[in-house]
Design a protein around this ligand. Sequence first.
Ligand SMILES: Nc1nc2cc(Br)ccc2s1
Length: 233
Amino acid sequence: MRLDIVTIFPAFFGVLDVSLLGKARASGLIEVGVHDLRDFTHDRHRTVDDTPYGGGAGMVMKPEPWGEALDSVVTPSSVLIVPSPAGHPFTQATARELATREHLVFACGRYEGIDQRVVEHYSERTEVRQLSVGDYVLNGGEVATMAMIEAIGRLVPGVVGNPESLTEESHEDGLLEYPSYTKPPVWRDLAVPEVLLSGNHGAIAAWRHEQQLARTRAVRPDLLGTADSIEER
Ligand SMILES: Nc1nc2cc(Br)ccc2s1
């Protein structure tokens, strides 16, 4: 998989050289290119924004630098991802799907966003996904891009040492994950649930599933469908 990121803050993505994704890059599983949008400007001030047509507060990112920057990386088989508070929800299912793609390009907007014609132009040439990482507004797409890259990157085969650890996580089966415990068996008078020490794997699996259902009902009832589908889970 190759990732290309276009941003006015390229240094922000230096962290991708360490942690899990750092190893994935070193092993060649994931290639990453970070591109400074200002390198695609031609004026003395390296201008990337201007006032909005129709008035209003803030500035809008100009289409010309974005066109030159994206032309340098986007191909017909790319997925162009534009983080946006107005985008489709980015979920674990989205991450799983994008982890199967060969080339992802992230366009990190700032200010009031990118001139809409950029999305319009590239939608004619490649797959464009406007994605939201939550119902809140950030100052730019960089943090959202980092979150998506981590969620996607860890699902790329070979990146995570033990693939089994990916199967019992929150949202993988539509439910929140069960609580986890390790030694000591008692800590500050708090004991580990007996069933987990029983060695009865069937009872442990049943207890964990019930914990998932209870947690999901309590914290994220929106993840549960109709009553009958809950019992099927
Ligand atoms: N939640 C999000 N907020 C923002 C703000 C800007 Br500006 C660009 C992208 C995103 S994604």
